[in-house]
Write a protein of this length. Structure first.
Length: 507
């Protein structure tokens, strides 16, 4: 039982330890790193579920590292918001781990595969650390662990463009980290503490301080770069497009969501809503920027011919929805924002997994190459359809739930003029998703069949072959698609947690 009380730190330490163990034992068997990654991420998921139920049952959990009382020591805190995000991140990490085995073999050179799993565990460690820590500098450290691991994983792509994308991300990520670190320095100079709970108590008396205003400005720019908020998103399309599919999947489904969590925790948890609205017009600025992200990201996605690139620009628009719901600063909109963290992780995770399945079987990334693909990969294309409809916000899918809450929140905030923005973003999403669905199921013309072999005088072409991805890739992908429908029909459980988190942030 005593071990259970150590879960807040074990969820960080265990994947960190195995990030170091994988290079030592991974050479014994090629499949061993995949087994370790899947097992450890499953442990993290079970741990996060335990922490979530504990918070729902008994309230906030506070864990003091080394027994040092905060604010002198580092504190790990689990409340409604980060318990929810921990569960989302660890679940996606587990599903992607299951999926990764064949995908990594196909898209990453053999001499880098062992390093990939080690770096992948570091990446997960950083994500979970950002979410669970109650210390703002500790959050920065974990943010940099995540970023450094992300740079390395993107660079493992076989195309030369992957190195360029990784380098671009490195440059902009370093700039973002510098802004965040300067913000931390200013906040420490003003308050003398780095503990988030302590900052919440001390800052209200300092809201008129220019040092605090400057700190908020640095935090806003730095975190906007990290989460790829328009127009500071320029690193994201290249990173998602040229990275190996498994890397695109884990980053699209988790990394930007954790960046959004950090923004929610700092801007609304540390600085408070009344400061963001009444003392400085940061909320108004972010409403304009997020609205532009919804429209611009979706519009540019329509123009793309590469499937990964289209999904990357789609993520820019979806990030806009999450930020818009948060900065509307009422309980309903913020509930929609928080629930969209889960919903977008499911939708975009499934879509990038579909791309990985297609690349594994055919090597195709271009949208034009998907003509008639439903005949070859019917289950994979069914998953794409479900996740695509969710992205559009069709009723009975997860995308509709969060957009509905954000729209109602806009009305409650007296900003009904944002409703056309939300609807326009959905319509633009419908354009780029529907053109692919039509291409898959109702092509104007099929590509010329390729002769594979002759069987007893009968020519067998590639149009006659059923060629799904392996079940180790297809099954995790289908799980996410099923959840897109399940939580679209019965969203009571995640919504109740998101509502509690929204109330906590609104106080």
């Amino acid at each position: 039982m005593k071990l259970i009380h150590e879960f807040p730190v074990l969820i960080i330490i265990i994947p960190l330890i195995f990030a170091l163990i994988i290079p030592l034992v991974g050479r014994l068997n090629r499949i061993l790193p995949w087994i370790i990654a899947s097992t450890i991420t499953f442990f993290c998921f079970l741990t996060s579920i335990f922490l979530l139920f504990t918070v729902l049952d008994t309230g906030k959990i506070s864990y003091w590292l080394g027994g040092w009382e905060p604010p002198w020591g580092i504190e790990y805190v689990v409340d409604y918001l980060n318990a929810f995000v921990l569960a989302v991140i660890s679940f996606i990490a587990f599903i992607v781990s299951l999926y990764s085995g064949r995908s990594v073999e196909a898209e990453i050179n053999e001499d880098k595969q062992l390093a990939f799993y080690s770096i992948y565990m570091l990446f997960i460690t950083g994500l979970l650390g950002i979410v669970i820590t109650g210390d703002i500098f500790n959050m920065y450290v974990f943010l940099e662990i995540t970023s450094l691991a992300g740079y390395a994983m993107i660079a493992m792509g076989r195309k030369r463009d992957a190195l360029v994308a990784s380098y671009n991300y490195l440059i902009l990520g370093t700039i973002a980290a510098t802004f965040i670190l300067i913000g931390i320095g200013y906040i420490y100079m003003a308050t003398g503490t780095l503990n988030i709970a302590d900052l919440q108590e001390r800052l209200p008396a300092l809201f008129h301080s220019k040092m605090v205003l400057v700190a908020l400005a640095f935090f806003t720019v730095g975190l906007s770069l990290k989460l790829a908020l328009f127009p500071l998103h320029t690193w994201l399309p290249g990173a998602y497009t040229y990275a190996p599919s498994v890397v695109s999947c884990i980053m699209a489904a988790t990394a930007t969501k954790v960046g959004i969590y950090a923004m929610l925790r700092i801007i609304f948890g540390v600085f408070k809503i009344e400061f963001d609205i009444h003392f400085i017009p940061i909320a108004n600025i972010l409403i304009v920027v997020s609205s532009m992200a919804i429209i611009a990201g979706s519009a540019v996605a329509i123009t793309q011919t590469n499937l990964k690139s289209m999904l990357a620009y789609s993520s820019v628009g979806q990030i806009g929805y999450i930020v818009l719901g948060a900065v509307l600063a009422n309980q309903t909109a913020m509930t929609g924002s928080i629930i969209h963290i889960l919903n977008h992780a499911l939708m975009k995770g499934a879509l990038f997994m579909v791309v990985g399945c297609i690349v594994y079987k055919t090597g195709i990334e271009d949208i034009s190459g998907l003509r008639g693909m439903c005949k070859k990969m019917p289950f994979t294309m069914a998953v794409f359809t479900v996740a695509g409809l969710s992205l559009m916000g069709v009723p009975l899918t997860v995308g509709f739930v969060s957009k509905w809450y954000i729209a109602i929140g806009a009305l409650n905030a007296g900003m009904g003029y944002l409703i056309p923005v939300i609807i326009t973003g959905s319509l633009l999403s419908a354009v780029y998703i529907w053109r692919i669905i039509v291409n898959i199921y109702f092509p104007d013309e099929l590509p010329e069949p390729e002769l594979l072999y002759t069987d007893g005088g009968t020519e067998i072409t590639d149009n006659d072959t059923y060629s799904e991805a392996p079940w180790s890739m297809l099954a995790p992908t289908m799980v996410l698609a099923v959840l897109c429908i399940y939580f679209g029909i019965s969203a009571t459980a995640p919504l109740s947690i998101a509502e509690k988190a929204a109330v906590m942030l609104s106080q």
